[in-house]
Design a protein around this ligand. Structure first.
Ligand code: ATP
Ligand code: MG
Length: 235
């Protein structure tokens, strides 16, 4: 059985501006196993969000190869005609800004993708309730997004990313708006899901206190990426 969840080969991303071409990612390669939870670090502007959005099939790379869950999805161009299906069924994305839909309430935001995936109402309502309870905001399920605090919105975004039982979770500073205790309980939740369901995760965080939760560290700097296993952790 193949244990790889993510494989990237010589991935490059250039942004063309009017004046010049900015090469943000200069040819990076790495692999992540199923159930592996990896911390993505690097200075501001180094390309962390750029990398996550390419892996999430939201931003088109310039060239290279991406495999997700054993499937070649990008080989100098998108292989799949419709990456939305892959995103809906296999990926969970937690954005740096929460990107919740303002005219839907909390529960509707969380259950939108499971509904699109044809999950029954009983099942997705139960799942949303469980996730909201775990994240400590079960009383907010009928609230509109605009009436939540920053930390509460971020927890709804986390619940939404988990609602479709994804194989891969890409999280861009998911705990930035949370206090220390809540940040740790969110990391514990993510680790539990990663281990129990063999979900691979890449989490961008500047919070060194969260380091013990990670199996490995991906560091991106000057367009290149290095991967180190977190010492003392058995994969
Ligand atoms: N659409 C775009 N057009 C041009 N340049 C872009 C675009 N998106 C990102 N960039 C540039 O690419 C570089 C990497 O940006 P990115 O947002 O990936 O950094 P980051 O590591 O996530 O930073 P932060 O820690 O501040 O979130 C930056 O120099 C940014 O200005
Ligand atoms: Mg970013």
């Amino acid at each position: 059985m193949n244990r790889l969840a993510i494989k990237v080969e010589n991935l490059v991303k250039e942004f063309k501006t009017k004046e010049n071409i900015l090469q943000v990612i200069k040819g990076i390669s790495f692999e992540l196993q199923k159930g592996e939870i990896s911390m993505l670090v690097g200075p501001s502007g180094s390309g962390k969000t750029t990398l996550l959005t390419m892996l999430g099939c939201i931003l088109e790379p310039t060239r290279g190869k991406i495999y997700l869950d054993d499937e070649l999805i990008y080989d100098d161009k998108w292989i799949l005609k419709d990456t939305r299906k892959l995103r809906r069924e296999k990926l969970g994305f937690i954005f740096q800004t929460h990107n919740l839909i303002p005219f839907l309430n909390v529960e509707e935001n969380i259950t939108l993708v499971p509904q699109l995936n044809g999950i029954s109402k009983i099942e997705y309502t139960k799942k949303a309730k469980e996730l909201l309870e775990y994240l400590g905001i079960e009383d907010k399920n009928k609230y509109m997004i605009g009436s939540l605090s920053g930390g509460q919105s971020q927890r709804v975004a986390i619940a939404r990313s988990l609602a479709n039982n994804p194989r891969i979770i890409l999280a861009d500073e998911p705990t930035a708006a949370l206090d220390k205790e809540r940040a740790i309980s969110v990391m514990e939740l993510l680790c539990k899901i990663a281990k129990e369901q063999e979900v691979a995760m890449i989490v961008v965080t500047h919070d060194d206190r969260l380091l013990p939760y990670f199996d490995s560290v991906l560091k991106i700097e000057d367009g290149y990426l290095t991967k180190k296993l977190n010492e003392g952790v058995d994969l």
